[in-house]
Ligand binder design. Structure first.
Ligand code: HEC
Ligand code: HEC
Ligand code: HEC
Ligand code: HEC
Length: 435
């Protein structure tokens, strides 16, 4: 089998270093993962654009301006109409062009199968305000009136506004498209083979690492280790949801994209995969994609060992279901695994700088051994480790951290050049620089 093509990834190169601390606070309930979107009517970004509303250039009044100028969500539909979008749909042999296909609109726009539209709705708005904040037919007027800010979330959600006031709610929203969710929000191996980027989520990469002036949602609470950890949980919960849905649908079964890509996409010569790596699990069966489990598992091991054991057991029961080629058992195991995984969020209370430093120390040691063994850390896992380093180092302002992190990012930026040994060295240098 030939080598992998380049996968588009988040550009890690040009990232601002942003300060972060561990935020104290009570643990609110973890949002129920990626619930199916509510059937609601969207009026469109045009209703938010007035300069007296969100179309100004001043902070706290510039959300529309930021979104239309810098936020890629406002381009999401346009990517279905030009460039790779139409090609992907064609290669898949979809019966409609990408800009009309439910398989694509589900995440790239206010898909008609999920939302109703007001008279002046324009699909080109892509991932626009109401997809994240809730259909505004009932709250558009009231929210502009005096006293709205003081109203309770109970009041606001009754009018259809979505409560995004906790990191739990925010990360579940993002993972519902950036990993997948109900309502046709699925990027499986067919889409990936047709050219779609593989999806996985990390809150520090998607919320905190973005240039803060390019997105309007990042505030201090998103830059914390707490949000990073909750993002890892949301990543796992949405991944289990993806496995569950793949097992519900015979046509999507089995979805190769839930497994470690390299377990199939490797050279089979004598210097290939198993000659240089230790097989994980039963030989000849692909392991799960470590981008969803490995960093979270390590964090839990240092924070709440019983939960790490729970994750291990969950993985074993899921593996067993796959080994037996038992679709119903895979579905059940993924569904009960997702409820269990939501509970991992409570471990966030054990995440202090001491725990963060233990996680980093483990990476430091493990990556060292890794270099020696020439174990091939899959690239997705390597990205998750890099993002974790960014979130967990005690001192991002330390002299040299920025430069070391940029080098780490560079080692992951071009797929063709990805070298696990170089990655390991750069990762250890970044950990040392952030001490
Ligand atoms: C589960 C949600 C989801 C579905 C379904 C989905 N996409 Fe995407 N798509 C995304 C996300 C999220 C990204 C951004 C990935 C990243 O950069 O991390 C993306 C990126 C892309 C890109 C790259 C855009 C760029 O910036 O270069 C193209 C092209 C694209 N999608 C086309 C499609 C097409 C065509 C379909 C339907 C066949 C589709 N997508 C279905 C979520 C989805
Ligand atoms: C991809 C999801 C997403 C999209 C699209 C989006 N937002 Fe947001 N928005 C958020 C998140 C997350 C927050 C942070 C929530 C919080 O801090 O309570 C936020 C915060 C806000 C806030 C600040 C709320 C406050 O109390 O400070 C405003 C105002 C806002 N968005 C308006 C808009 C407008 C107008 C648009 C469209 C032009 C838009 N948003 C599009 C996710 C989104
Ligand atoms: C309705 C689905 C949807 C939701 C919800 C959503 N996104 Fe996205 N997001 C997308 C799509 C689709 C793209 C790709 C846009 C493009 O380039 O075409 C994207 C792109 C992005 C990018 C740019 C990726 C890159 O490669 O640079 C970031 C960052 C991002 N989203 C963060 C978030 C965060 C943070 C949240 C939660 C607050 C969120 N998104 C919620 C669908 C979604
Ligand atoms: C169970 C085995 C298996 C796994 C796991 C797997 N693939 Fe594939 N993949 C295949 C096969 C088989 C093909 C089709 C062969 C071909 O087109 O050469 C393919 C084709 C592709 C292609 C298009 C052909 C090419 O070489 O460009 C891409 C891209 C791709 N896979 C990416 C991925 C990614 C990313 C992952 C992990 C998220 C993954 N694959 C996981 C078996 C697998």
């Amino acid at each position: 089998m030939g080598g992998m093509r380049a996968w588009p990834f988040l550009v890690l190169g040009a990232l601002l270093v942003v300060g972060g601390i561990v935020a104290p606070g009570a643990p609110p309930a973890f949002a129920q993962g990626e619930a199916a979107p509510r059937r609601e009517t969207h009026l469109g970004a045009g209703s938010c654009a007035a300069s007296a509303c969100h179309g100004d250039t001043k902070p706290k009044a510039n959300e529309y301006t930021t979104w239309i100028q810098h936020d890629e969500h406002s381009e999401a539909y346009l990517h279905l109409t030009r460039g790779d979008g139409p090609k992907i749909a064609k290669r898949l042999g979809l019966s409609q062009p990408a800009r009309e296909a439910p398989e694509c609109l589900s995440c790239h726009a206010a898909a008609p199968q999920l939302y109703d539209h007001g008279d002046r709705y324009d699909m080109r708005w892509g991932v626009s305000c109401e997809i994240c904040h809730g259909g505004s037919t009932q709250w558009l007027g009231p929210h502009a009136a005096p006293g709205w800010k003081e109203k309770s979330w109970g009041h606001k959600t009754a009018l259809g506004m979505r409560d995004l006031s906790t990191p739990e709610q925010r990360v579940a929203l993002c993972a519902g498209c950036h990993v997948g969710g109900q309502g046709n929000r699925t990027v499986d191996h067919d889409l990936i083979a047709a050219g779609h980027p593989p999806l996985f989520f990390d809150a520090s990469a998607f919320m905190a690492l973005k240039e803060p002036q390019w997105v309007h949602w990042t505030d201090e609470t998103d830059l914390t280790q707490r949000t990073w950890f909750l993002g890892q949980v949301a990543n796992l919960v949405a991944y289990l949801g993806r496995i569950e849905r793949s097992a519900e649908d015979e046509k999507r079964w089995p979805d190769y994209a839930v497994f470690d890509c390299y377990s199939c996409h490797h050279d089979l010569d004598k210097d290939g995969h198993y000659a240089t790596t230790e097989a994980v699990g039963p030989i000849g069966r692909p392991p799960f994609d470590a981008a969803f489990t490995s960093v979270l598992g390590r964090a839990l091991a240092e924070m709440k060992p019983a939960a790490a054991q729970g994750l291990q057991t969950l993985g074993e029961s899921l593996s067993a279901a796959y080994r037996n080629r038992d679709r119903a058992a895979v579905r059940e195991s993924a569904a009960s695994g997702a409820s269990q995984a939501r509970q991992f969020a409570t471990a966030v209370e054990s995440l202090d700088q001491a725990a963060a430093s233990r996680i980093l120390a483990w990476f430091d040691e493990h990556l060292d051994a890794t270099e020696g063994l020439d174990h091939r850390i899959p690239r997705h896992e390597a990205l998750q480790i890099a993002w974790a380093i960014h979130a967990l180092v005690p001192n991002r302002q330390a002299q040299g951290f920025r430069a070391a992190y940029d080098e780490l990012a560079d080692s992951l930026s071009a797929d063709g050049d990805y070298d696990p040994g170089v990655f390991a060295k750069k990762a250890r240098a970044a950990i040392a620089a952030g001490r």
